[in-house]
Design a protein around this ligand. Sequence first.
Ligand SMILES: NC(=O)c1ccc[n+]([C@@H]2O[C@H](COP(=O)([O-])OP(=O)(O)OC[C@H]3O[C@@H](n4cnc5c(N)ncnc54)[C@H](O)[C@@H]3O)[C@@H](O)[C@H]2O)c1
Length: 262
Amino acid sequence: MTNATDNKVVLVTGGARGMGAAQARRLAADGAHVCVADILMDAAEQLVEAITADGGSASYHELDVSNSGAWTALISEIERKFGRLDGLVNNAGIPMRATLMDLSDDDWRRVMSVNLDGVFYGVRAAAPVMRESGGGSIVNISSIAGQIGYHATGYAVSKWGVTGLTKSAAIALAPWKIRVNSVHPGLVGTVLMEQAEPAFIEATVRATPLGRPGESEEVAASVAFLLSDDAKYLTGSEITVDGGLASCGAYWQILERRAELA
Ligand SMILES: NC(=O)c1ccc[n+]([C@@H]2O[C@H](COP(=O)([O-])OP(=O)(O)OC[C@H]3O[C@@H](n4cnc5c(N)ncnc54)[C@H](O)[C@@H]3O)[C@@H](O)[C@H]2O)c1
């Protein structure tokens, strides 16, 4: 049983909806107090009410992850209110579909500021309190776009940055007993997926050996594992939750194409 988040205080960014909300629900069900941080305050409040109604413990906090000062203020607030911080999930992220030649300076800066600066600020702000709490676990939500070549340049570079930051932080924070790992979802059914072009979704599902998009709860299960003591020897690692798309998708498609050509 993975229930080692009992009585831990865990902060989930972008926790108001989508995968972050699934992570918050799962971690609260596992016994953690979950700090749900987001820019969508109404949704965050509703989620916290739902978690509390189910017997869990949660609080909501306003945070724009791209604002370094806001991170410092939130971590101080958590330390004051709860006296500790054991886990951080850097989940907040935005899509950016533009490819290399169509990517404007502003869009490049915007995707970097949320997807990469936000993770850097979070790791740096949270680590000292986690150290005082006796150590902890940080999970950064990257993407398979941070493991393989991907057409949306700004998004891919931001997520590769998260992969690299994770491994670098794992070295820096090991002496403080803080583990740092990344999770790499493939196509997962959230608002982000609903906004994508239907043909792109269909083609992606066809390239996925397990033949369907992932569920937010399936990603949350890997996050809960990495936060738990069951993962106490994992740091600097990548967990890919993609139905086999990144590692086996090429040959999956080659076999399908061969069947068509034969
Ligand atoms: N959905 C997918 O297929 C998929 C695949 C791979 C990786 N991801 C990554 O997973 C994470 C969650 O994605 P999702 O699909 O649940 O998206 P989502 O849009 O449903 O949720 C993202 C959450 O982040 C919040 N957020 C956005 N900007 C923020 C900011 N500046 N400060 C604080 N919060 C902010 C949003 O308000 C929202 O609650 C993202 O990092 C995304 O890049 C998603």
